[in-house]
Design a protein around this ligand. Structure first.
Ligand SMILES: [Zn+2]
Length: 247
């Protein structure tokens, strides 16, 4: 249960914004999010969301911290090398906010029963196409909202699908399942740490606004080119040939 007594003091600098009310803060404090993948996107995303007041967070990752992660996964320390990412990140988050509820799953997303997780928003931060398509199918079937993001080189992209029952527009309407789905672009193409941080930061901002009911641009692909400091947005429409549409 979120402790609402501390809102005025702890979140003062958010509350003085014209576009951010006490009710918005209360929604954040009472919200639950699930982050799948605790690497360059998922770990800063978790930190920003918890620092902003999200009250309950579920972290899913089967990996351990490696030395080559540290240039972009900046909330892990040298002393964390060899530890499970979910353990190290949980420790960081609890040191940041002793009242946050953190549940960790040291597992692959395919081993998780998402029916049992009721989050306001799910985040796919795995940067693995096969996992993204699997998560998409899961969330479409469960009518749960999910934010996909990826980053490589100096580019990144973000999109939220509401997956409400009324209309169908999903990740599979946008991207086709072809090529090598196991490729992790961060590893194969390389990436600069701050370029990943830009995407993670935008993801947390978009996620906060979605939780507060203030994010209008769902089903819109936001593409960021950090080499030119350009952001482009494209509305995504349902694809009649999407294989999930028949479900
Ligand atoms: Zn679709």
């Amino acid at each position: 249960m979120a402790n609402l007594n501390r809102i005025p003091q702890r979140y003062y600098s958010q509350l003085v914004l014209d576009d951010f009310s006490y009710e918005d803060q209360k929604k954040l404090c009472e919200s639950e999010v699930t982050i799948i993948g605790c690497g360059g996107l998922g770990s800063p995303l978790a930190v920003y969301l918890v620092a902003s007041g999200v009250g309950k967070i579920n972290l899913i990752d089967f990996d351990v911290v490696e030395e080559r992660n540290l240039h972009r996964q900046v909330f892990y320390q040298e002393s964390d090398i060899g530890r499970k990412k979910v353990d190290a990140l949980k420790e960081y988050l609890i040191n940041l906010d002793r009242e946050v509820e953190v549940n960790i799953f040291s597992a692959k997303s395919s081993e998780i029963d998402f029916k049992k997780i009721d989050s306001n928003l799910f985040f796919d931060c795995t940067d693995n196409l096969k996992t993204s398509f699997e998560l998409n199918e899961e969330m479409v079937n469960l009518n749960k909202p999910i934010c996909f993001a990826s980053a490589s080189e100096l580019n990144g992209q973000i999109i939220i699908f509401k997956n409400s029952k009324k209309e169908h527009c999903c990740y599979s309407c946008l991207f086709k399942e072809s090529g090598d789905l196991e490729t992790n672009h961060c590893v194969s193409l390389g990436v600069l740490g701050p370029a990943v941080a830009v995407i993670a930061s935008m993801q947390s901002l978009i996620g906060m606004r979605f939780i507060c009911g203030k994010f209008e641009e769902t089903e819109t692909l936001i593409r960021v080119d950090s080499s030119k400091f350009e952001i482009k947005k494209n509305k995504v429409f349902p694809d009649k040939s999407c294989r999930l549409k028949r479900l």
